[in-house]
Design a protein around this ligand. Sequence first.
Ligand code: NIG
Ligand code: FE
Length: 387
Amino acid sequence: MRILITNIGELTTNVAEGDDVCGTLHDVAVLVEGERVAWVGPAADAPDADEIVDAAGRAVIPGFVDSHSHLVFGGDRAAEFEARMQGQKYAAGGIRSTVAATRAATDDELRARLRGFLDEMLAQGTTTVEIKSGYGLDVATEERLVRLAAEVTPEVTFLGAHVVPAEYADRGDEYVDLVTGEMLDACAPHAKWIDVFCETGAFTVPQSRRVLEAGIARGLQPRVHASQLGPGEGVQLAVELGAASIDHGTYLTDDDVTALAASDTVLTLLPGVEFSTRQPYPDARRLIDAGVTVAIACDTNPGSSFTSSMPFCIAVAVRDMRMTVAEAIHAATAGGAAALRRDDIGRIAPGMRADLVLLKSPSRVHLAYRPGVPLVETVWKDGVRFA
Ligand code: NIG
Ligand code: FE
């Protein structure tokens, strides 16, 4: 099956051209063959196809790569959000209330919820999603969460070290024994990534190191939640262990920025978190100007960020983190791919997966310029068209 999307007014390829990180082309066409992109070129030279889609001068971008989410959980925390908007502070401990609701949910309930989130993400242009466990915190429930996540994505992260569960209160090291032992044994077969929440109120740097090294020894690749609630040594640990990404980075020191710029570790910004926890936005301008590779992800979860909308996160990153629109779109596509160490997604070029989004607007700028407006017209994932 050959599909030609033609009359594209503005195509974001992410195949960088000089200063243009988005590799922008005008008046072009894209040929999709099966699940891959086969050709990109001037609309006037477009080859024949079985199906022609007329983009009518509108913009096409790569499907969003959302490299950080927690989509398998029970319940919600609307009351906590409401209290926060009236002045309560966000703290890591809120995770425990979602753990209780998640343990109580059946596989079918969790699966239905998960699929609902994926549908809403796809409708907003997200074609790849990383999903973490972390609301089970016992062996059986963590195994269920990574298993359910693996039904829908290859980007599964074992986050047994999300917070110390109530039954291990004041026995964090013993809980780390469980995470790095029996829990890792049960979860590793379903996962690609190992993650830890390295933060005051969650896991110390030595505990985080144990978790990550145990995962690496089992063939998992590291990524780290760090510097969300205050500065810490999690970024340095992530860089030292060659993590694909450190996520949050709300409070970064100059040494953190220097270490990140000299590394292959991506800094994944989560604008929805600062938005819904009322924390200060990290300065993406400072990071990008220093040479750090950045991604944007939604961090969809019931506590710190319950949006699944990448366009919303892009708008906030532009408005409040001082990214240009082009940088934000690049971070939400190619940046996410780098954070997942994937070279088959995040760009539109021959050989890449055919994950494409046709917008209703003539330019990608409208994603930030018209916040909250549904601008996605059509999405293709692996060459298959949705809505
Ligand atoms: O990425 N930082 C840790 N974990 C989640 C929040 C989880 C929660 O509050 O339920 C995050 O923000
Ligand atoms: Fe998270």
